[in-house]
Design a protein around this ligand. Structure first.
Ligand code: LLH
Ligand code: MG
Length: 380
């Protein structure tokens, strides 16, 4: 089988999420937005798909490298793109590698009629999810106060059935942010609201100092939180060694630090985290995410997967040392997460009333693509 074409399709949809000046997502008025689909086509008619493609980089850099290649040589193709990153760091990001790798896995699954987690060597078909909130805001009744977080946590746990809850608290540009005191007040309000038996986690402002991070960790220990992630800039691995040595709370990382599986290996060696974090979007796809998983298994270390989406769900269902949770969100009281994205016919992370997200048994990544919607809303 040979790759004969690589295309991107851009289409319009109505979004109810807006970005603040720092780039964090919040609820907003419905407005037009654009989504892109990467398609890898073969001479045998089989295709692979991934949403969220970077059209310019795919066209200029990736397409010429993929045409004529065997799509089943995923490892070779991933290594080839990784090597090309050295001279194209500004454009050929790990996100671009992610979209290509996911489309290749999708293609392979579609070619042999199996879901990706079974190609990886399946471990399970469903994973418990945690409710992962958007960052704090100033919207009345949204995520503006500790009480708002408490009310939303109660709804997520007792009404919707999530077994666990993670707060993303306030960050600039919101007034008064960041604040260790207010973060701990929100964490305390949530613990008070859901009782002692629910797993709770915190992802705060990402640029606290060492002392502020330790203060947070000590506060969370008292509130019996399960973990904290990324309270400081992850480029300073030494700061995380300092924090992990002094705190009894599980410190999870690295999340956004670049460096793929190499960086995870260094964090393990340095003792910079108790639990390693990876995600298909952070490291360049399913292929390197599984390298991280196997690396951690070799050290008896747990892995927590960053972010939702089908790629991460298939990885979670193929992990031998299971990640505890699928990160579902980012959720907000004003946003209906169960709403099906316009470009799909059904949600790709369906969660049952017990809080389990089920992986699709359909071939490939298993997304049920709404081709009519895409074709009716093309950006020419
Ligand atoms: O800063 C944000 O908007 C969130 O922290 C986001 O990056 C989220 O993906 C995350 O960190 N989840 O764990
Ligand atoms: Mg995080």
């Amino acid at each position: 089988m040979k790759i004969v074409d690589v295309t991107t399709t851009t289409f319009r949809y109505i979004s109810n999420t807006v970005r603040d000046s720092e780039g964090h997502g919040h609820p907003g008025d419905p407005h037009e937005a654009k989504q892109s689909l990467l398609t890898i086509k073969t001479d045998e008619g089989v295709e692979g798909y991934c949403f969220g493609a970077n059209t310019a980089v795919i066209e200029s850099l990736v397409k010429p490298l993929l045409i004529g290649q065997d799509p089943f040589y995923r490892e070779y193709l991933w290594q080839m793109l990784r090597e090309r990153q050295r001279l194209h760091l500004g454009s050929l990001s790990d996100r671009v590698l992610t979209s290509v790798d996911l489309a290749l896995w999708d293609l392979a699954g579609r070619a042999v009629g199996q879901p990706v987690h079974k190609l990886l060597g399946a471990f399970r078909d469903k994973v418990p999810a945690y409710a992962s909130t958007m960052c704090g805001d100033d919207l009345p009744g949204g995520l503006a106060t500790p009480e708002d977080y408490a009310n939303f946590a109660k709804w997520c746990i007792f009404e919707r059935g999530y077994p666990a809850f993670k707060l993303h608290t306030w960050q600039p540009p919101y007034e008064g942010a960041p604040s260790v005191k207010r973060d701990l007040e929100a964490c305390a309000a949530v613990r008070e609201a859901v009782g002692p038996d629910v797993d709770l986690m915190l992802d705060p402002f990402h640029y606290y100092s060492r002392e502020e991070s330790l203060q947070l960790a000590r506060g969370l220990e008292k509130l019996d939180y399960l973990w904290m992630e990324e309270p400081m800039a992850e480029h300073s691995m030494s700061s995380f060694v300092w924090l992990a040595e002094q705190s009894d709370l599980l410190i999870v990382g690295p999340e956004t630090a670049e460096g793929k599986h190499y960086a995870r290996a260094e964090w393990i060696k340095a003792g910079a985290a108790d639990v390693i974090r990876t995600g298909v979007g952070d490291v360049g796809g399913i292929t390197p995410a599984m390298k991280c998983v196997h690396l951690c298994e070799s050290f008896n270390m747990s892995v927590e997967i960053h972010g939702g989406g089908v790629g991460n769900l298939h990885v979670l269902c193929a992990m031998g040392i299971p990640g505890r949770y699928y990160e579902r969100g980012l959720l907000h009281p004003f946003i209906d997460w169960e709403e099906v994205p316009a470009w799909l016919n059904k949600r790709d992370d369906p969660m049952d009333s017990e809080g389990f997200v089920h992986v699709s048994q359909d071939p490939g990544l298993g997304q049920d693509i709404n081709w009519d919607y895409i074709n009716d809303n093309l950006v020419k």
